[in-house]
Design a binder for this molecule. Structure first.
Ligand SMILES: Cc1cc2nc3c(=O)[nH]c(=O)nc-3n(C[C@H](O)[C@H](O)[C@H](O)COP(=O)(O)O)c2cc1C
Length: 301
């Protein structure tokens, strides 16, 4: 018997079993989480700013490749201060196929990524940003909705995903507030080709968040999350208790970052700390039963 797979534009593009991306999360997603998500059939991703040096990144990619040959992704900042060229070359050498561009100009990486059979998706929060990204030649968009962990958008998924699809016309991945199969079914129903799961995976066994941070995510409800530009200059979501004592962003290299706990409204569905593979498998089972339920609700065809 062959294992059950889901079929979307994203799973075909990336060769993964499920249209679920384990979010690249600053100081949270490292090799353990990437391998766990990839081995469970999703696509694991790391943010390149997690690695101070190109050698640190090389060691991590090497460890990932010793444990899985499944497709993986990265978030890359294509900007001056960051040694992005060396990092890009290394990622391509290690067969990274999925690039999320947030800061900087994605045109600088497109040719190299495409020549290696990869795809570049841009984080966007509006149709204007989506059109600009399309003009620059990206392969798809990540619809960052309100309440997403990290830098957050202003429109809800239920509006933003279909709006981007109809006005921009590129494949869209839904990010923000998705951590159950029913939420994933809603996003796929809206036309998304995949979903990104961030906040829920902070509270996974394999995340590098501290135990206190994981427990705070589990204990929190949506009312414990604030969205403010006070820390990084852009609207971002935080566990309110963790930012009370801070006014501004510390230097990127500062250890203080570990005391800032970013999390989105999905804390609502983070019931307990468990292995990331279990979280992914439960999402898939719940997705299938939600689709069946939706099918059963149709009468008289
Ligand atoms: C703690 C944390 C750190 C994040 N850091 C990054 C990052 O470095 N790069 C990035 O592209 N996205 C980052 N994100 C955003 C995620 O990639 C993803 O878009 C988001 O978490 C999805 O929404 P959700 O948290 O509601 O699942 C971060 C999110 C969180 C919660």
């Amino acid at each position: 018997m062959t294992a059950m797979k889901l079929d979307t534009e994203f799973t075909r593009m990336m060769g993964v079993d499920y249209p679920i991306i384990g979010a690249p999360m600053f100081l949270v997603s490292y090799e353990e989480l990437v391998v766990a998500v990839a081995e469970a059939g999703g696509l694991g991703a790391i943010p390149l700013p997690n690695f101070r040096t190109v050698d640190d990144l090389r060691r991590t990619l090497d460890k990932i490749r010793q444990k899985t040959d499944k497709p993986i992704g990265v978030n890359i900042h294509v900007s001056g201060k960051f040694e992005w060229k060396e990092r890009l070359a290394l990622c391509l050498d290690f067969g990274v196929k999925f690039f999320i561009s947030s800061l900087g100009d994605p045109r600088l990486i497109l040719d190299d990524v495409h020549a290696n059979g990869g795809q570049v998706f841009a984080d966007v929060i509006s149709v204007d940003q989506g059109l600009r990204a399309r003009d620059r030649g990206v392969d798809g968009l990540i619809a960052v909705a309100t309440g997403a962990g990290g830098h957050s958008g202003t429109a809800p998924t239920i509006i933003l995903v279909p709006h981007l699809i109809s006005k921009v016309g590129l494949p869209v991945i839904a990010a923000g507030g998705i951590s159950t199969g029913a939420q994933m079914a809603a996003a796929i129903g809206l036309g998304a080709c995949a979903v990104i799961v961030g906040t829920r995976l902070i509270a996974s066994t394999e995340s590098r968040a501290s135990d206190e941070y994981k427990q705070a995510v589990v204990a929190a409800g949506p009312e414990d999350i604030v969205c403010t530009d006070r820390i990084t200059g852009n609207p971002a979501t935080w566990l309110a208790e963790s930012i009370e004592k801070f006014d501004t962003m510390p230097d990127l290299r500062s250890k203080k970052w570990r005391e800032f706990w970013s999390a989105g409204l999905s804390v609502a569905q983070a019931g307990e700390i468990k292995p990331a593979g279990e979280i992914i498998r439960e999402m898939v089972t719940d997705y299938v039963s939600t689709c069946k339920k939706l099918g059963e609700s149709v009468r008289g065809l």
